[in-house]
Design a binder for this molecule. Structure first.
Ligand code: SAH
Length: 267
């Protein structure tokens, strides 16, 4: 791939590092007007855009519907070795990301973003956080943008999370080695809800969770495959019958697989 193609492909992607030099205002990355912005603080900036650079979300990035800024936490580290972590107070295994280092990264990242957390949430990806769900993705998509802090090792010094009123969000009840995959999953789910990202707007209305139900099953041609047929009603052409069938399927699937969702709905 030529440099030129690389250049056009990287539109909307910005990498930020700490610098001792005072910065010239005109050189500051300008926010594209109207673009939804994700700022990601990470020790692994090379992990981005990752899957976010591909397919629909990647096209939306190239079109400037959203912008991605990665902030390399390492560059805020202490001393020659740019140390970012230290041993846990009270002892125990592993390392903890230092409050002063994360604070410096958060402060620089906050430049040019609204301090109002309802317009610009600041999130720490963490297994202790509130479970991420479709309603949260919708809330984030309605904001101007957001800042995501990816943890590593045992996590982050609690004091910096408290000081910056950081909201903790979890991807689920399991432990990853770092927040990067979680951040990408969260961003994928959020960015696809931005206007103009998905071709067919109806697809976000009917899909799983949008009305508190799992989605019905899908089928496509051939009508008969390995002796298995597509349900007859889907081939009937009767749209009212099809809608009723899909609704019933969504309800019975939700009851069987996710009694917790079903319970919440019927309340
Ligand atoms: N000691 C922590 C786990 C640290 S895992 C604990 O037991 O709670 C290292 C980093 O991975 C975390 O700081 C977080 O940013 C990320 N991470 C791990 N699991 C995650 C999950 N389920 N959801 C979101 N982020 C997660």
């Amino acid at each position: 791939m030529s440099d030129q193609t690389e250049q056009t492909k990287s539109h909307g992607r910005i990498s930020i590092r700490a610098s001792a030099k005072p910065r010239v205002l005109m050189e500051e990355p300008q926010l594209v007007k109207g673009a939804w912005v994700a700022k990601v603080i990470t020790l692994l900036p090379d992990a981005f855009p990752g899957t976010l650079g591909l397919s629909l979300i990647g096209k939306a990035l190239d079109f400037g519907i959203w912008r991605l800024e990665t902030i390399d936490l390492r560059t805020f580290g202490e001393g020659k070795h740019r140390n970012v972590d230290d041993t846990p107070a009270g002892g125990g295994a592993g390392m903890v990301l230092r409050a002063d280092v994360v604070n410096a990264a958060l402060r620089q990242t906050a430049e040019g973003t609204p301090p109002d957390r309802t317009r610009w949430p600041v999130i720490y990806l963490s297994p202790r956080g509130r479970p991420f769900d479709q309603a949260t993705a919708r809330r984030f998509a309605a904001c101007d943008g957001m800042t995501l802090l990816c943890g590593r090792f045992e996590g982050v010094d609690q004091r910096v999370l408290d000081l910056h009123q950081i909201e903790e969000v979890s991807l689920g009840d399991f432990v990853l080695t770092g927040g990067e995959i979680a951040a990408q999953a969260l961003l994928d789910a959020t960015v696809r809800l931005l206007p103009g990202v998905l071709g067919n707007a109806a697809s976000t209305v009917e899909e799983s969770f949008s009305d508190g139900l799992l989605e019905h099953s899908h089928y496509t041609r051939p009508a008969l495959w390995e002796g298995l047929e597509i349900p007859a009603v889907l081939q009937s052409g009767n749209h009212a019958d099809i809608a009723r069938w899909r609704r019933a399927e969504a309800e019975s699937l939700t009851r069987a697989r996710r009694p917790d969702l079903w319970e919440k709905r019927s309340k």
